[in-house]
Design a protein around this ligand. Structure first.
Ligand code: C2E
Ligand code: CA
Ligand code: CA
Length: 641
């Protein structure tokens, strides 16, 4: 009787079961699909052995029993193939009506197949006791349905390859190949070797080893579920449109100072306690974080209180060790879209949440997620802008009261995306400064300004220099001066055509680098302005220290000059001191004739503002200069922009 292979297969499955059963599992959809495959294949192999035994002792058994045993085995083959499809789609499971409809179709087909198998004849070949096997319509129908399901599996594996876990894909392909090879060998050997059942056991083994080994979801150190498991589990909740809450316990990096053994013991105690909490799954996050996931979001608050109380009562033998963890809470995971977003959100909170930094606890709600997504979008925008050359420089003319014409302009960057949407700097500059992209961005803006000067020679239209904004981050970059000098040399720019605008920078270290950069650039021939004077970012002391030629009065200063009596005196005093230091003043944000006249009366040298012109594209700026350079200055005083 040729049942050796089947027995080997069964033993193999028992070994897998032994290990699988003992391991801690999280019960993902894919895990459940694997368990189903395991069961069907095990039942199949058992029935395979039973049917061979029934064939052998056919003369002593009722024919119906023999037939039924053989047909039950055939039915498990169809069920195995059906579960193969479910295993493939476990990753792409989304509980959508489309998915449910397809599941229904596959199940109906399987039921039809099994009924056909049951009600069509089966022929039993028992002449040679060494090669017992069955054939006939019932067997052919089984093969036909199995083939059909294999083709579906194959199509799914190919079509959904981007959505499938790559390891699952490989395992499923290996399984399909094994199956085909086993069927061929069995067929070519006239059923002397029955390999199909055995190959199923091998497939289970491959899948188990490759990706269903629950160990791969565990953190070795703590025994908690790891990030891999967290990502899979959360993605599964998202795909099933189920809400959940997360509570993150952020332990200090050292729990018991200078006693690693005690530290380790307390860590184990904490992990044990948290693992024992009911109704939540516990994961290991980054190095010192433990994440608790609850599907019943109403219990979050209670759980947080319970944990806090436990931490308050101390750890160690005599509860003598006090630990104050930080907390992060996501009350509703459903405000985000993917597991990766949740992890990003936690990281974003660690780095950006002032509340978290100050109080050690933060609730990451819808508002927080929206801010995070917005920032994320802007980061992508900046990335695309740099890659696709979407950065544009607008120019806002600056008027000289003494010369009664436009003598300079401020370069103000814009991003214009592929669809022509214009983004102003308030959207992207703060984020570019935060993530460091401002260095690349600032360099590109500077290149564009130099290119503009080199191509269009605005000096021939009365422009003495162009003012370019520098961010504090750029100023504290030690190679800034070298990189800017290189750019000016490349475009053959006269350095006196460039005036760089800086604002007050905070730390002493930053100021040293800034001054070094400034000195190098000044030696090269570039001059500087102090921007945003009067906003608290620039004060008088700062002007004394900084080698600047121009001070730019912020729009807010001009506005309060007209609004409030005291501001007048502050501005008067500042103006006299600045002029006393032999520096020029540019008034920004001048919008009306009244403001212009007052600035003129005060003795301010330069005016920038909507009254004359908004920031305009380089072409518009050139036309503006063409128009105004030739015209009579009086006309300008009636306002243009
Ligand atoms: P800023 O340096 O103070 O530039 C002046 C801002 O005031 C510009 O805004 C300008 O459009 C606006 N403005 C000018 N005149 C008036 C007026 O009469 N009324 C009003 N309400 N506003 C006026 P913009 O272009 O949106 O730029 C905002 C800020 O972004 C700039 O403020 C500057 O700090 C920064 N920025 C712009 N381009 C760059 C750049 O290339 N690099 C860096 N680091 N920062 C830049
Ligand atoms: Ca500026
Ligand atoms: Ca300014």
């Amino acid at each position: 009787m040729n049942i050796e292979m089947q027995c080997c297969g069964l033993i193999l499955l028992l070994v897998v079961f032994f290990f699988y059963h003992r391991q801690k599992k999280i019960y993902l959809t894919t895990e459940k699909a694997f368990v189903r495959i395991f069961l069907v294949i095990t039942i199949g192999l058992t029935l395979d052995i039973l049917s061979l035994a029934a064939l052998k002792y056919m003369d002593r058994l009722p024919e119906l029993l023999v037939d039924l045993t053989c047909k039950a085995y055939l039915a498990t083959l169809i069920l195995t193939a059906l579960n193969g499809i479910f295993y493939v789609t476990a990753d792409i499971y989304d509980n959508s009506p489309g998915y449910r409809k397809r599941t229904f179709i596959y199940c109906t087909l399987a039921v039809i197949g099994i009924l056909l198998v049951l009600f069509t004849p089966i022929y039993k070949n028992v002449e040679n006791p060494d090669t017992l096997y069955t054939d006939g319509p019932s067997v052919l129908i089984t093969y036909a349905f199995c083939m059909l399901f294999f083709v579906v599996m194959l199509v799914l594996v190919i079509r959904e390859k981007h959505q499938m876990n790559p390891k699952r894909r490989e395992a499923v392909i290996a399984w399909l190949l094994l199956w085909v090879a086993a069927s061929m060998i069995q067929f070519l050997n006239n059923n002397r070797i029955l390999l199909v059942g055995y190959s199923g056991a091998i497939a289970v083994m491959i899948i188990y080893l490759k990706l269903e080994n629950p160990e791969t979801n565990l953190d070795r150190q703590t025994g908690l579920f790891n990030q891999n498991a967290l990502i899979q589990y959360i993605n599964q909740l998202f795909s099933m449109k189920m809400d959940f809450s997360l509570l993150v316990v952020c332990l200090p990096s050292s729990l018991v100072r200078s006693n690693p053994e005690a530290d380790r013991r307390v860590r184990i105690e904490i992990v044990r306690y948290i693992s024992s909490l009911p109704n939540c799954l516990v994961f290991k996050g980054t190095e010192n974080e433990i994440l608790l996931l609850l599907q019943d979001t109403d219990q979050l608050e209670q759980l947080a209180e319970q944990l806090e109380e436990r931490f308050n009562s101390g750890w160690g033998h005599n509860q003598e060790i006090q630990i104050r963890p930080d907390w992060m809470m996501i009350p509703h995971g459903s405000v985000m879209n993917r597991a990766e977003d949740i992890l990003f959100c936690l990281q974003y909170a660690r780095q950006n949440s002032i509340e978290f930094a100050e109080s050690g606890s933060v609730i990451l709600d819808q508002d927080f997620a929206s801010r995070m997504y917005e920032e994320w979008l802007v980061e992508h925008l900046l990335d695309d802008a740099i890659k696709n050359d979407w950065i544009d420089v607008y120019y806002q003319p600056i008027y000289s009261i003494r010369e009664k014409r436009f003598v300079s302009a401020e370069a103000l960057s814009r991003i214009i995306d592929g669809e022509g949407t214009v983004y102003t700097p308030d959207v992207f500059i703060p984020i570019a400064e935060k993530n460091g992209m401002i260095l690349k961005f600032g360099e590109l803006v500077f290149k564009k300004v130099c290119q503009f000067i080199s191509n269009h020679h605005p000096e021939n239209r009365g422009i003495h220099y162009i003012e370019v904004n520098l961010s504090v981050v750029q100023c504290s970059y030690e190679h800034l001066a070298d990189s800017f000098i290189e750019i000016m040399e490349w475009y053959h720019i006269d350095p006196s055509m460039i005036n760089l605008e800086i604002t007050e920078s905070g730390s002493v270290g930053t100021r040293k680098t800034l001054l070094d950069n400034m000195q190098k650039l000044i030696d090269y021939g570039v001059r500087f302005s102090l921007d945003d004077f009067g906003t608290g970012h620039s004060n008088l002391n700062y002007i004394v220290d900084m080698p600047v030629d121009i001070v730019k009065f912020d729009r807010s200063m001009i506005v309060s000059y007209f609004d409030n009596g005291k501001a007048k005196y502050v501005m008067d005093a500042a103006m006299h001191m600045i002029h006393g230091m032999d520096l020029q003043i540019v008034s920004e944000g001048i919008e009306t004739k009244e403001q212009l006249d007052t600035m003129e009366d005060l003795g301010i040298s330069y005016i920038q503002g909507y009254y004359f012109s908004r920031p305009i594209s380089s072409d518009a700026f050139l036309s503006f200069l063409d128009k105004n350079y030739a015209e009579i200055p009086e006309e300008l005083e009636n306002g243009i922009g």
